[in-house]
Write a protein that binds this ligand. Structure first.
Ligand code: MEV
Length: 428
């Protein structure tokens, strides 16, 4: 191991600037100058902006940004920016959006953008009556919460309601108070956490207990987005393929092992947009998967059925904690452009577009799985990657990739031979 004798203990590391930090890393991991340069080859994100976004910055990692086309959502056309390292995702989303377009596009809806803030209170003598006292103090608690964010209140948002529940834990009974905060166009973590912290003293006074955690819940069941679509059976490839997709959906709905992969396919689309726009993808993943188990068994976030005409109908519902204001999407130059491409005007519209993208991505995967299998699409990009790694450029990339696919020999050695062959014959 290269760092057997070197210590990772680095007091004051955070105070260094990115260049100085990189010197430390370079020494620790024996990096070459080229390797250091690749950490700092960061395209449109200036290092000082990156350095303000997170701690201990030494560079940035560019991820390919693609744009999915063909999306028609509520009769509006959208281009969908997607940042992802996996081949075939952007192509599959575009292909699926085209099929859905044939059926009139996606239709979407959403609830109000309400997030839940939890306040945990322990050590209460009479937790069940304390719950009633908290509910009785609702007006005071909501007023205190709303005092924290007059701007949010002025645009129609703010703490609207609260609920409380007694839970039985390994540490005894606890009272959990939940603030329901309409976050309007913000993701809401800052607003909700501030409110939860501010109301804690009132809850301690009313309950006689001790408050520990005061934090947003990522299981955003009050901030749901929905999308559905009709795909004409001929657009999807005929009755056989419709049957295959409906059966795939039924399999996933009944089996958590398949549901996890089915939902992973949905997240391929959603998270790629979330990443391109620099939103919090961990919040979306956590919320989505927790929502998928809301009835006690982990299941799918989407369903595919046949309608009376034998066409394919798809639907999806999941929590979607995304915002348009604040956060990294306002500071990251690429994310700002991605948001402009997307062109959404409200957080709700953004969330609904994400639901449509998730459903499209799911359809793209299931259609491939139910017909030719997933590998064909993957293989063509894989072959192109191998051709590039073997030294092909320009038109040679496609030519070499196509030959390798035809020969079913997608390997570096074969790519090199083919490059030499094309170069020798001067054909390309
Ligand atoms: C691969 O990234 C995603 C799929 O596995 C999704 C699915 O199986 O539905 C293709």
């Amino acid at each position: 191991m290269h760092n057997m004798k070197k210590s990772s203990l680095a007091p004051g590391f955070y105070k260094l600037n990115p260049k100085e930090r990189l010197e430390f890393i370079k020494d620790f991991a024996d990096l070459s100058d080229d390797e250091c340069a690749s950490l700092q080859n960061i395209g449109s994100l200036p290092i000082d902006v990156a350095d303000r976004m997170i701690e201990n910055v030494v560079g940035a990692i560019p991820i390919p940004l693609g744009v999915a086309v063909n999306f028609l959502i509520n009769k509006h056309d959208y281009l969908i920016p997607m940042a992802i390292e996996e081949p075939s995702v952007v192509a599959a989303a575009s292909y699926a959006a085209k099929m859905v377009r044939d059926g009139g596009g996606f239709q979407t809806s959403s609830t109000a953008p309400v997030m839940i803030g939890q306040i945990q209170t322990v050590g209460i003598k009479d937790p069940h009556s304390a719950k009633m006292r908290v509910i009785q103090a609702k007006e005071e608690i909501l007023r205190k919460a709303n005092d924290q964010d007059p701007v949010l209140v002025s645009v129609g948002g703010g703490a609207k309601d609260l609920d409380a529940k007694v839970i039985n834990t390994t540490e005894g009974l606890m009272l959990i108070t939940e603030l329901h905060v309409d976050c309007r166009d913000a993701m809401g973590a800052n607003a909700v956490n501030t409110m939860a912290e501010a109301v804690a003293p009132i809850i301690e006074r009313v309950t006689g207990g001790r408050v520990y955690l005061r934090i947003i819940s990522n299981l955003a069941t009050k901030r749901l987005v929905r999308a559905f679509c009709v795909v004409p059976k001929d657009s999807v490839g005929g009755k056989e393929v419709v049957d295959g997709i409906v059966n795939a959906s039924a399999f996933a709905a009944a089996d958590p092992y398949r549901a996890a992969t089915h939902n992973k396919g949905i997240m391929n689309g959603i998270i790629a947009v979330i990443l391109a726009t620099c939103n919090d993808h961990r919040a979306i993943e956590a919320g989505g998967h927790a929502y998928a188990v809301k009835n006690g068994q982990y299941t799918t976030l989407s369903m595919w059925e046949r309608n009376a005409d034998g066409d394919l109908v798809g639907s999806i519902e999941l929590p979607m904690a995304v915002g348009l204001i604040g956060g990294a999407m306002r500071t990251h130059p690429t994310a700002k452009v991605a948001m402009k491409i997307l062109g959404v005007k409200t957080a709700n519209e953004f969330g609904e577009v994400l639901a449509a993208v998730g459903l499209a991505q799911n359809l793209g995967a299931l259609r491939a799985l139910a017909s030719e299998g997933i590998q064909r699409g993957h293989m063509s990009l894989h072959a192109k990657n191998i051709a590039v790694m073997a030294g092909a450029a320009g038109k040679l990339v496609d030519a070499v990739a196509e030959r390798m696919i035809k020969e079913r020999k997608i390997r570096m050695d074969r790519a090199k031979e083919l490059i030499d062959e094309y170069k020798a014959t001067g054909k390309i």
